[in-house]
Each structure stands twice: as structure tokens, then as C-alpha cells.
Design a protein around this ligand. Structure first.
Ligand SMILES: C[S@@+](CC[C@H](N)C(=O)[O-])C[C@H]1O[C@@H](n2cnc3c(N)ncnc32)[C@H](O)[C@@H]1O
Length: 241
């Protein structure tokens, strides 16, 4: 059982705005002339399913069987490889690889980030594009350390409370998922850990693995990046030959 198996059925409640970000990713792939795309940690397919429906040759890599099953129901022809982004081999290369919604930092160390980047390099075509959407932790933590957010569905049969806090080397989101069961609620607690990566080390790692950062944005709506104010750090990286 992986962490996301436990929160898979609650995931979409917490990310209602992903559809607004899909056009930026679509435009980017078209601008760079990329057609075959692998998404690492495809989740419930909030990006991948619309990209697949838009005609991209889309595939996913995912560690959670619950997530794989959700995407399988939504888009039965979308191929998903079950595996770990730190250590996978797919017998093909892609024009682009996506690592969105902080996926690259769902690891335990810089060494594991390095492993993911090396896998990306190996699975990209010449001049392939790696799109990383990461947190800009200093801003996010400054605004929301020890805060909590609450989400619920229309009939309030599912309520999700997410509490965020720095703990050691991690920025932890603790998900409390309450599901109505008759007159009571079941409660399930899951901790999602984000590694507090160093942007400087990441830039050096990308360079060392063989990527060039060609664009930086402040979110997936295309806002300019501002180190002191941007909530997100979006890096478009090109594979050097
Ligand atoms: C925050 S969700 C993002 C889902 C999707 N990329 C999106 O933006 O909507 C992170 C996903 O990455 C998956 N994941 C986490 N660690 C992984 C790993 N080591 N290898 C493959 N998938 C992983 C989780 O199971 C989860 O589905």
C-alpha cells in the first residue's frame, strides 16, 4: 500500500483548479513540437486525461494502484506503467516528460532527485523537454506553515482537512480524510512528505545530468517567476546531447 492509495478517492476534491492549468501545458508541448509524453506520478489523470483526449501520445508512470485504477476508468486507452520514478525502465523514449504538482520532491533525499533526473534523461529523445512544476518552498512555508485547509464534497459525505508543517528536512501535508458512514464519520490520517529541496542544488543537478533550463515560470498559468512571491517554481528543461 502506498501513501496515495489511502487518499486516491479524496484527491480530486483538493485540486479543483487543475483544469485551468492544462492549457498552459498543452500550449507548451505544441510550441516545442512535442507529441509523445510521459507523466511521472500521473495521479488521477487531471493533466494526462485531457492531454490524451487532445491527441497527445500520452502515457503515465504511477506507483499507486488506486490511482492507476482511477485513470483506467476515466481513460481506458491511456497506457500506465506501474513503477517508481526513482527506478524504472520503459522500453521507449518520449518527446517530453512531465513531473507536475511537486512529484519530483516526493522523495527522501537529493540522491533520489538525482536518480529521477537520470531516469528522465534516459527516457527522453534528443532535445526532449522535462517540465518540472515544483513548490517554491520559502514562499509557501512563509504563508502556510502550521496552517490548515478544509475541503468537502457537495453533500459533505467526504471532508478533507490538510495540515501543513515543516518537520526536519520535509514539508509535511497531513491529510485527515473523513468519510460518512451512516450517522458517523470514518477518519483516516495520511502524511504526504515533500523533500525540502535546494533550488540551487537542483539547478546544478539538472546541469550535471545533461539538462539546460530554458524557461522558468511562477505557476502553470504562465505567470513570471518571482523568487520572493511565486508560490510555484516551473522549470522547462531541455535535454542536451
Ligand atoms: C500530487 S499527486 C500528482 C498527480 C498528477 N501528477 C497531477 O498533477 O494531478 C502525486 C502522484 O505521484 C505518485 N507518486 C508518488 N511517488 C511516486 C514514485 N516514487 N513513483 C511514481 N509515482 C509516485 C503518487 O502516487 C501520486 O499519484
Amino acid at each position: 500500500m502506498t501513501i496515495y492509495d489511502a487518499i486516491g478517492s479524496a484527491y480530486d476534491l483538493v485540486y479543483p483548479d487543475t483544469a485551468e492549468k492544462v492549457p498552459f501545458v498543452t500550449k507548451l508541448l505544441r510550441t516545442y513540437g512535442k507529441h509523445s509524453v510521459l507523466e511521472l506520478g500521473i495521479g488521477t489523470g487531471l493533466f494526462a486525461v485531457p492531454l490524451h483526449e487532445a491527441g497527445f501520445d500520452m502515457e503515465g508512470l504511477e506507483i499507486s494502484q488506486v490511482m492507476i485504477d482511477v485513470v483506467g476508468q476515466r481513460a481506458p486507452r491511456l497506457k500506465i506503467h506501474k513503477g517508481d520514478m526513482r527506478n524504472y525502465t520503459i522500453n521507449r523514449r518520449y518527446d517530453a516528460i512531465l513531473a507536475l504538482s511537486s512529484v519530483l520532491v516526493f522523495v527522501n533525499s537529493e540522491r533520489e532527485i538525482q536518480q529521477c533526473l537520470e531516469r528522465c534523461y534516459q527516457h527522453l529523445e534528443s532535445k526532449g523537454i522535462l517540465l518540472l512544476e515544483l513548490p517554491n518552498h520559502s514562499v509557501e512555508i512563509g504563508l502556510s506553515n502550521n496552517n490548515q485547509e478544509v475541503y468537502h464534497n457537495a453533500d459533505q459525505s467526504m471532508i478533507v482537512v490538510i495540515q501543513s508543517a515543516v518537520e526536519g528536512h520535509d514539508w509535511n501535508e497531513t491529510w485527515h480524510v473523513f468519510r460518512r458512514d451512516g450517522t458517523a464519520f470514518n477518519h483516516e490520517k495520511t502524511v504526504c512528505q515533500e523533500y525540502l529541496y535546494s533550488p540551487t542544488s537542483l539547478a546544478a543537478q539538472l546541469e550535471g545530468v545533461g539538462f539546460k533550463i530554458v524557461e522558468t515560470h511562477g505557476d502553470l498559468l504562465g505567470s513570471p517567476f518571482d523568487e520572493s512571491n511565486s508560490w510555484r517554481r516551473v522549470l522547462i528543461c531541455e535535454k542536451r546531447d
